[in-house]
Write a protein that binds this ligand. Structure first.
Ligand code: FAD
Length: 388
């Protein structure tokens, strides 16, 4: 039996009732029109203050989120720890616009870092750059347009939020993952994260940027970063992912009439992704790799390569990551085999986490084969439990 086929390990933390809920949920998610209608109704109902929070909580929220607060998430952290899987508390409230919300977001992330530091089972905290600044400002900075005095000041406030966050992380010996968003914001985000890495990553990789390998020239960026890390003597922390905003990227490129930056096929993205982690393994003194993927083939490929190169499974520069509620067969089996694995645990008030939940539902509907695979594994485990 191949490693990820072991459903007993994969679903050990799920009760029969949890398993039934997951089965029900993935069957719903497999139905594209239903997801579209369901998300519209949920958005409308929450905006209109209709009493649907309980229903959302009992279904999709409890499957994909660890709670409404970091404190509430601790019980999921402990559950994962029983199977040697680490947690990454992910404050998943999106779309803050006012300065006060941006500062609130910083306060929340700092509180999350401090809480995470009290548990040896939470090695990372994560944040989204748009939690700390307006998308419009990232766009303007990315295009290297001249900023007004007020914008310069707002940019400095974003930079200070990054610095504050990194300072607290360093004081608490907590690693940070900076999520990647749309490509038109990324050059400005890169500026900030590169500056932070060159300061905070001298001895170990504390700060991690995210590289989306569905972007055609992202491999070149990694080469540039590798050279910079060597020259300036720091370790480049990279969360490697394929990328989540493919449709949005294509739409904007078409609308504004510029070439789509995304690889022209899944195969090209896969090749880019594989070339990226191989390049990082070639330069492991200057890179720390957080391998964020639900793709079994890629995960088997890197496991084989690590074995071939005799790189220890628990090498400090190698981490694997999946999202809570997805690909448990990869997470728990990898951890059992001795690799370092963590799950993103999104948390926040139900109505604020809704955009995240909608993306998960849509992603599972559109990522070919993913939901089918989840259903297949849940079915297998249901049968195994019945036989026992
Ligand atoms: C722990 C973790 C953290 C993450 N953080 C981020 C983040 O910060 N930012 C972010 O953007 N995403 C993030 N993601 C999501 C990630 O980018 C992917 O969308 C998701 O994981 C699916 O890719 P995969 O490697 O798991 O699986 P696969 O199913 O093998 O790949 C699906 C992906 O392939 C690419 N793809 C599919 N079809 C095509 C096509 N026709 N042409 C070109 N490319 C194609 C797309 O990127 C698609 O999402 C994260 C995922 C994980 C597990």
């Amino acid at each position: 039996m191949k490693l990820f086929e072991n459903t007993e390990v994969a679903f050990a933390s799920k009760t029969d009732a949890d398993l039934e809920r997951a089965y029900f949920l993935f069957r719903l998610i497999a139905n594209q029109p239903l997801v579209r209608i369901g998300t519209n109704i949920a958005q409308f109902a929450l905006k209109s203050h209709l009493p649907v929070e309980g229903l959302i909580r009992a279904t999709v929220f409890d499957h994909f989120c660890s709670g409404t607060s970091a404190e509430e998430s601790v019980k999921v952290v402990n559950l994962l720890a029983k199977q040697n899987v680490y947690a990454v508390l992910d404050y998943s409230v999106e779309g803050a616009k006012a300065e006060i919300s941006l500062d609130d977001c910083l306060t929340n992330i700092i509180a999350t870092i401090k809480l995470s530091a009290t548990s040896e089972n939470i090695p990372f905290t994560v944040f989204k750059p748009t939690g700390f600044g307006h998308p419009e400002l990232y766009i303007k900075k990315s295009k290297q347009e001249e900023l007004t005095q007020a914008e310069e000041e707002a940019w400095e406030r974003i930079r200070n939020r990054f610095i504050r966050c990194c300072d607290v992380a360093q004081q608490h010996n907590m690693k940070l993952l900076v999520d990647a968003e749309e490509s038109w914001l990324q050059p400005a985000i890169n500026l900030l994260v590169e500056e932070m890495m060159s300061i905070y990553n001298k001895k170990e990789a504390l700060i991690h940027t995210t590289a989306q390998l569905y972007i055609k020239d992202k491999l070149n960026y990694l080469h540039y970063l590798g050279e910079k890390a060597k020259e300036q003597n720091f370790i480049a922390g990279i969360k490697l992912v394929r990328g989540a905003y493919m449709e949005k990227e294509a739409e904007r490129a078409k609308q504004l009439n510029y070439p789509n930056p995304i690889c022209s096929s899944k195969k090209d993205t896969d090749e880019n992704f594989d070339a990226a982690w191989r390049y990082m393994l070639d330069n492991l003194d200057h890179f720390s790799l957080y391998f964020g993927s639900h793709n079994e083939e890629s995960t088997y490929a890197i496991m084989d390569e690590l074995a071939k190169r005799k790189i220890a499974k628990d090498h400090p520069h190698i981490w694997f990551g999946q999202l809570y509620g997805m690909s448990d067969h990869i997470s728990f089996n990898l951890a059992k085999a001795g690799f370092k694995v963590s799950k993103y645990l999104p948390f926040g008030p139900v109505k604020d986490v809704l955009p995240y939940l909608i993306r998960r539902a849509e992603e599972n509907t559109s990522v070919e084969g993913q939901t089918v695979r989840e259903l297949e594994l849940i079915q297998k485990e249901r049968k195994r439990r019945k036989l026992n």
